[in-house]
Design a protein around this ligand. Sequence first.
Ligand code: SF4
Length: 301
Amino acid sequence: MSAPTEPSGRYLSLGAGIQSTTCLLLAIQGKIPPFDATIFADTGWEPAAVYTHLDRLERLAAAAGIPVVRVGVGDIRVDALDPAHRFASMPLFTLGPNGEHGMARRQCTAEYKIKPIKAEVRRRLGYPYPQRIPAGVFVEMAIGISVDEVHRARDADVAYMRNTFPLLDLGWRRSDCVTYLAEHGLGSTPRSACIGCPYHTDAEWARLREQNPAEWADAVAFDAAIRHGSARANADGHPLRGQFFLHRQRVPLDVVRLRPQSAEEADAPGCGPWTCPHANEQAPVAAIEADGAGLSVREVA
Ligand code: SF4
């Protein structure tokens, strides 16, 4: 029997930011082929505005027969502070015992976003892990990457998914997406990322502090709680040699002096499963080990 050449399904990876929301709206309006479903991976710690936006997208997509599926493996904030839970390391800024600057390895995107999306694709294909997927069986996964971010487009790392890029096919830039969303009542599409993501720019932190004091307080509390390492590492008798911080200044978040930023920095993209703007960042490996819990640390400054 020859291997199938047609996809077994067409899905959209919905990060819920500007570009993926645009892809969904284009499909809803019949301007690109429809999706069998759009998949949102929930870390459990998105801003309330993102969940409100998702609710709205769910209603719009349902009217066009496109289900919005929410998947997840837990709550990244709760899990990080749970001594019984394995810590999927966030890209936290580290301060070593002798003042060394480093950064914890990022495992959170893979664990909380990519893993549940792949599990959902496998489930829909009928081959849940660890079942082997026959050669040639695959789905198309649309990813919202615009022309100005073409360097972030890449092939999937598994044979059962083939990435497509509707915005690249259309030649759309991010500004085209912003205009299109505004024209169709979705101009308030928020930036999608965990409330306490260490990748926030100063503009993002400032926005959180000024416009959402409750979520800012939540991030400040998490920053303090994670200072001496993950709950699991401490429970296992492997306290961090040094300290963790959410902000690159490596001081408590509530005393950071946030710098004014350019419009470009202020408009930084959020964290999509396959579109993290920091995915290609390289930094020299540090000479320090973070702790005995398997965290490697690399220097960034
Ligand atoms: S938003 Fe930040 S903390 Fe959350 S999954 Fe992405 S990189 Fe990790």
